[in-house]
Structure formats: C-alpha cells, structure tokens
Design a protein around this ligand. Structure first.
Ligand code: ATP
Length: 308
C-alpha cells in the first residue's frame, strides 16, 4: 500500500517510546503558500528536549492524510498533528472520529477556518509550543451525504467559488479575494428546498451554508453564532440581494454581524435535507465536491477529540 512506503523522516526518543506521549506530524507540502522546511526545524527546536516522542511524515497525494491517520490510530499515537489547512484537517479528522487518537493542528493552509475557530495560534512556533501542554476538547463533526466535514459545507456561490478555484493555480488570500469579487457580479442564484424539524421551506438563495463551526477561514464568519459542541448545524441562507448590499454584507461577514442582515435567514438543527433541481457542485470544508441533486446534512455530536 502506498501509504506504508512513506518514509518517516525523524524518529526520536525510541528508548523512552513506551512512556512518552507519542505524536505524528502529517505535513501537506502543497497547502497554503508557505514553504514547509522551516516548520521541521521549528518542530525539532521546540520538541527535541521535551520528552515527547514525535515522528514527521508528508502526504504524497490528495487523500493520503486519511491513510496516514488510520495508521497512526493502529500504532496508538496519542495525537496526529495536521500541518496544513482545512482540507488536510478534514482528511485526518475523518479517520480519527471516535478513536482514542486526538487531532492537533499547526495551521498552514490558505484559510485555516477550524484552527481559527478553536483559537489555535497562527504563529507556527506558538502552535508547536502549545503541543507541550495540550488541553483536550471534544468537538462535533458533520456529514453531507455521508462525507465528513468539520467547518462548513454548502451550496450556491461559495461552492461555485470552490469549484472554480480548484482548477486555478492561484492560491492564498489574494487569489480568493480577486476571483470572488469578479464572480460576485455574474453569479445567478438558484431555488432550493429545505426540509428539517418537520418543516419544508423553499428559498431563492445566493448561497446556503451548513456550519459546524463559525467561519470559512480568514476570519470570514458565515455563522458567527455556531457552537462546535452543541450537536447542531447552523443553516445560513443568504437570499437573493441587490448588488448595493455587497459592501455591507462583506463588512458584516468579517465583523461577525452577518445574521443582522435583512437578506440572511438562520436556523439550527441536527439534520436537514436540501434539494435543488440540477446537479451542481457543493463544497465540503472548502473543497469542491459533486453530491447530486439533494444533500442530507447531519450533525455528529462530540465526535472528535482535539488538542487546543
Ligand atoms: N502531496 C499532495 N499533493 C497534492 N495534493 C495534496 C497533497 N497532500 C494533500 N493534498 C491536497 O491538498 C489540498 C489542499 O490542502 P489544504 O486544504 O490543507 O490547504 P489549503 O487549501 O491551502 O488551506 P485551507 O483549506 O485552509 O484554505 C487538500 O484537498 C489535499 O487533499
């Protein structure tokens, strides 16, 4: 199996192995915009004398992090440290659900939505140092037609951006902002049917987000009220709005005030089905995915142990 061929490049404190806390760093070399060599140096500098047994490995392809995390559970690691963004975290966390191995995060993505939500430092050295005295927290996960997510999933404009962005070489905040503004003016809203808690509603919407945590990443708060431990998903419907609302909506998105906007409708539920006439891309933690013409969303309460 490909994953077994991945060389573990560092292996320290073998004699203390049985006693020591055992963690493995899984580095996604293509996440975000920063080079990853410095991170390995920082890991050594901060953990070498800590008594923690740590290994460092790299992903070789999309999806590889899930396999590596499964191996970490089998090898009884205490934590898998995701060194990447929300896509890398998603791949690792879905393997760790309901296991005894915790997720830890060194944010190295473009948006870092989950790390920001959990208050993990964006400073790499600080984030590594926190591994020396972790606090464990149980967080909810969620599924979209059975696919796990931990931050947000959705359909409409945000999914359209993810799908278009997936084919572009431009990464990072600048790339997102430029492309998003350009598309804002040409995107056509669709009509969606939502069924939850015994009610059925139909809305023409610019986007509908299903949020386990508060933000998309980069402190863009699509659901500022979302609680990652409440066993619920926050549904955020952005109805069709006049283009004159764009500056206000953008301001409210970053100031955690989106629910105050007259074109926003919010609900909370543990299970919801959304249907739309044609097959359009959805996004799961920012990664584009085709899920057919309807999606069943479910919250999975307290599914994952996280070091914060
Ligand atoms: N070795 C690899 N080669 C190519 N793609 C990879 C590799 N390892 C992981 N990936 C893929 O890279 C994608 C992007 O990773 P990730 O989401 O962590 O970074 P990001 O998009 O920059 O950050 P964020 O999601 O926080 O905006 C993931 O979907 C993952 O499947």
């Amino acid at each position: 199996m490909q994953a077994e061929q991945t060389p573990i490049i560092e292996n320290t404190f073998k004699t203390e192995k049985e006693k020591a806390t055992k963690i493995v760093f899984i580095i996604n070399p293509v996440s975000g915009t920063q080079k990853k060599e410095n991170i390995v140096t920082l890991i050594h500098e901060n953990l070498k004398l800590s008594g923690i047994h740590y290994d460092i490995t790299y992903t070789n392809f999309a999806g590889h992090a899930t396999e590596l995390a499964q191996q970490a559970i089998e090898q009884k690691y205490d934590a898998v440290v995701a060194v990447g963004g929300d896509g890398t975290i998603n791949e690792i966390a879905q393997a760790l659900i309901k296991s005894r191995t915790a997720l830890a995060i060194i944010p190295q993505g473009s948006g870092n939505g989950l790390a920001r939500h959990l208050g993990i430092s964006m400073n790499t050295k600080e984030a590594i140092k926190r591994l020396l005295e972790p606090k464990t927290m149980l967080i909810d996960a969620a599924t979209a037609n059975g696919n796990y997510f931990f931050c947000t999933s959705g359909i409409g404009f945000d999914a359209h951006i993810s799908a278009s962005f997936a084919t572009r070489i431009l990464r990072g905040l600048g790339g997102y902002v430029y492309f998003t503004i350009k598309e804002l003016f040409s995107y056509k809203p669709l009509t969606y049917t939502l069924e939850f808690d015994g009610q059925k509603i139909e809305r023409e919407a610019f986007l509908i987000a299903f949020a386990n945590s508060t933000q998309y990443g980069n402190n863009a708060y699509i659901a500022p009220q979302a609680d990652i431990q409440d066993g619920k998903l926050d549904i955020c419907i952005l109805k069709t709005f006049p283009k004159t609302q764009i500056p206000k909506l953008a301001w409210q998105l970053f100031k955690r005030k989106l629910p105050q906007n007259q074109y926003i409708e919010t609900y909370q539920t543990d299970k919801v089905k959304i249907s739309f006439g044609k097959s359009i891309p959805a996004h799961i933690d920012g990664e584009s995915k085709g899920l057919g013409t309807s999606i069943e969303y479910k919250s999975i309460p307290k599914a994952l142990s996280v070091w914060v």
